[in-house]
Design a protein around this ligand. Sequence first.
Ligand code: EPU
Length: 418
Amino acid sequence: MMDKLIIFGGTSLKGEVTISGAKNAVLPIMAATLLSSGVHNLRRVPRLRDVFTMVELLKRMGAEIEFKGNSCSIDTKRISNFEASYDLVKTMRASILVLGPLLARFGKAKVSLPGGCAIGARPVNLHIIGLEKMGASIVLEEGYIVAKANKLKGTTIYFDIPTVTGTENIMMAATLAKGLTVIENAAKEPEVVDLANYLISMGAKIRGAGTSVIEIEGVNSLNPPNFHEVIPDRIEAGTFMTIAGATGGDILIKNVKAELLDAVILKMKDAGVNIKETRDGLRVTGPKRPISVDIKTMPYPGFPTDMQAQFMAMMAIANGTSVIKETIFENRFMHVAELRRLGANISVEGNTATVRGVKKLKGAPVMATDLRASASLVIAGLIAEGKTIIDRIYHLDRGYEELDRKLISLGAKIERIK
Ligand code: EPU
């Protein structure tokens, strides 16, 4: 369980890499299979720890699930248990995504309340308020959200914050509710759109996904489509762009939707990274030394919080000073102290990190604290001279499919020790 990654840094990474299906798209889509009885066939499913946690969650409810490579079939004909227990929810907050579907189809659900996590408190109050507005009765019992509803009813819900999984939960619940549900100030993330497309292919009536107003007209039942292919992971693609940019590399990134990465690509270009769209994918070439640029994380289409830590690793060796503002999560700078161990010059005040670029980083033992922080340490380790040992690498396995294999194929000197 406590695998470590050893990286011998200082090599420019070169070659081709193929991006996997998006973690944050496949997780809600897997939860959505609970909305209809039948066999759901998903393709381009990344083999990640979080995906297998969702598999375990659905299995405990009675789903039968089979994997062949990156294809996954989920049979939801015999769902008989409506609970997501604490031992799973505490390892993966996205477990909360089963709440809306269970409530909509079975009229009841018991889902452990996720606690805080390494990147912040991350409450789910907006999910709960939304479902209550749709007529659910919800109480908290021994750390569990216990929800009941005869039949959910359409209504208008305004989110104070455009929450991603909150939007997904309400959108899923609304597909089987009576009448029209309108979500205002909805999250516009591409993963919300992929979920909406899956729901629509099951027969749901949804308009406006990808905009800040989503309208869902409830239907009586849904049916699984022939198959669905999960969109490519824009954060994995962005991570490889940063790797090319930070190591002076030259990487052809395949299976990427560049139009979903506008903010990241523009900031990369400002940092001196060359990015060309070719027929085969995005060709990313790093400069000798990146130029410092400022970033501020924002909901989509702004610069993604899930790319902040990786970008900071690149800024650590950039020429100049970069100001990085994190506006989505209150505590998402856990990587800073670790980057400092490698010689980065970073100071933090509130939600703002100031990164004064240094000429080089030097390898050291460091500790991964969350998924994107781990990716940031991998990038820093690839840049650093000498040996970097990253402990608690399981965080990385939650969200990156075969990252070490992909990096090795690009020429990285990496070893995993068990
Ligand atoms: N928030 C509330 N109340 C709520 C819900 C959210 O106050 O009921 C706040 C959060 O505390 C946060 C902000 O709203 O400050 C935005 O959080 P959001 O709900 O959008 O985050 P999430 O849905 O829990 C998803 C991704 C995260 C990603 C964020 C932001 C999934 C499964 N997870 O989380 O992904 O960082 O959106 O884009 O889609 C990751 O992949 O590493 C990851 C953490």
